[in-house]
Design a protein around this ligand. Sequence first.
Ligand code: GRF
Length: 224
Amino acid sequence: MGRLRVGVLISGRGSNLQALIRACADPVCPAEIVLVISNRPEAPGLGVAAAAGIPSDTIRHRERGTFAAEAERRLRQGGVGLVCLAGFTRVLDTGFVEAWRDRMINIHPSLLPAFRGLDAQRQALEAGVRFAGCTVHFVRPELDSGPIIAQAVVPVHPGDDEARLSARILTVEHRLYPLALRLIAEGRVRVVAERVEIDGWRAPEAIAINPQDAAGEALAPNGS
Ligand code: GRF
């Protein structure tokens, strides 16, 4: 079976794109990135694509429908089987989202369904949660929604600001997105009744409690 041909849509920095490129550089990786599309010509991620020798295109997102039609054309031309949104900041045309149903994934810097939309990390801090994280999910027309494939959790530290928390989450994003891509490329992921089933998966045993005391022990009620 050939490698899964992947198209990545970006708007900015491209650090998740970089993580996906690095993972696909492994000869045993069952996916290859064949095309990068940016809606912004100045996106630094375009440089990431160029440095890896991956063809890229800029399609200005002036109007949803025309962006969708042009993106669709290029993705088809590239024989793309899976679309990865990696910091793509525009809302996509509903027809486009439906056309790529269960073949388009996104990474979002929160534990969905909490904190959809912009500034997810700031929303998490404002809500005072003790754990934050990121989610890879199949894309549905409603913003930051769709069947969840994988999640990673990070603790919120005392005194965190948005930049520190975002950096901590980003580190795990770079592990989570390649993992989700690999699982899909291996053909192990199915959507059944809007929930994701993964062949041969295990959940970690570890339980995390936040806060802990100074010695790193979970604070237990009644000293138990
Ligand atoms: C990431 O935090 C991602 O979760 C969100 O947008 C950011 C993109 O960063 N969707 P980068 O362009 O991949 O560095």
